[in-house]
Design a protein around this ligand. Sequence first.
Ligand code: NAD
Length: 498
Amino acid sequence: METRCFIDGEYKAAAKGGTFENINPANMQKIADVSAGTAEDIELAIAAATRCLNSDGWGYKSTGAQRAAILRKLGEIFTARLDEIARMDCLDHGKPKREAEADVNDAIAACSHFAMLAEKQDKDQDEVIENGTNGDFVTKIRLEPIGVVGMITPWNYPFLMGCWKVIPAIAAGCTMVLKPSELAPMSCILLGQMCLDAGLPAGALNVVPGLGQEAGAALTQHPKIDKISFTGSCPTAQRIMAAAAANGPRGLSLELGGKSPLIAFEDCDVDATVDWIITGFCWGSGQVCSATSRVLVHSSIRNAIIAKLQEKLAGITIGDSLGDNWTNTGAIMGPVINQVQYDKIWAFIDEAKANNVACAYGGERNLVKGLPGFFIPPCVFTDVSRSERVWNEEIFGPVLCVNTFETEAEAIAVANDSEYGLAGAVFSADLSRCARVGNALRCGIVWTNNCQPAFIQAPWGGVKKSGFGRELGRWGLEEFTSVKQVTSAASDFKWGLW
Ligand code: NAD
């Protein structure tokens, strides 16, 4: 398993020789010592990316067709190595096998979608736009790569979050320095080699694992970065914005956290709604930016929803999904990522219990007694005061808060009463009500009668403290594309100003 920095098409140890320990959160065993990149490695990576951007084979001189061919090949490589990549994320993150496989399949779908969009860029090149001069001037639009992009990703989807940035940036012809999370860097380190194998020129993608305050900070502070694309927490985003202002200004897109509501009206299908709620807060053990963490149910179905949640949650198998020799143990809910997150999540649960918030499920450490990793059983709080921290703050763990409402207006007001605005869901048999409520939610993603699917073709991102900019779909490609106008004089018209 490769553990070193990938710079200019080659794996090399960090310049200062440092490493950090990478732990499997499902059994607390060491996976590997990984190279801890620092400012020196970031410098080399940015130099390689800058050279490549200006080379004949890539960057400004590349075509959409060339980029599409690389992406299609990359999709074939992901398909051939699906098992290997998924296992790597299982080990690194502790996520169940089915989740890790779903992530790789999403990345495969992204390769073909962004290949198609790259080809479309060729067709859209030199589009003539109406400029209101009756032909005296002709204005054309050139689509160009935005430049050298610094990418910083979190640990909750180790491979997929890297791919959500790298694949669209390849489609746009950019060059990149990717700094994956130090908590789960392995599959992104491998991504460097896979991109090279797919035909991406050396230097186009550089991967520098390392700590946030070292490799991450050096990347965001570097003057030769044209854009930073960041996914992670709000406090880190604030530091990155300050660095972008001090060393830029430069482009920035931020995909941050959430406290996403789900509204269930009295006419919803209770059984199906509860399945979606469980997906919403147990997938990834709740370590999902769009996780369903606040459920608002109409008071008339409160008891039915809670009873169904209790029944279905009792059937979830928690544990390490990878047994000896890679056999699938059948566990469908894994651990949380590390001791820090484990302690943080239990602190939220313990505080709510100490404040006498009713707990309808979980909330007890002995439910997962005997499991060696950082396992936390699903926890459901009910009738939660809106001043409680569990109701307001992003927990990033399998903790759900349920409250009741009486009217549609009340449900909308409470759902919108959050500093975050990533996603929201509405469940009702009345589709016009779903549309009305969905339109009233202040967030970037709305699901009606479903929750959590992310489609490669659709924009992903939030409002308020959930960040700005969009990933995926044509909007994701635009984040890495610079739009240039080229205006030519087409008559002897005199501007008449001089
Ligand atoms: P984090 O902010 O702690 O770390 C994210 C990345 O930033 C890591 O690679 C880390 O090393 C790096 N980093 C840390 N300090 C840095 C600094 N000073 N300068 C530059 N880089 C630095 O977040 P996390 O704990 O890895 O991830 C969890 C957070 O990510 C949650 O808030 C979650 O909601 C959010 N998230 C959002 C999305 C989305 O699409 N909106 C997706 C996944 C995760």
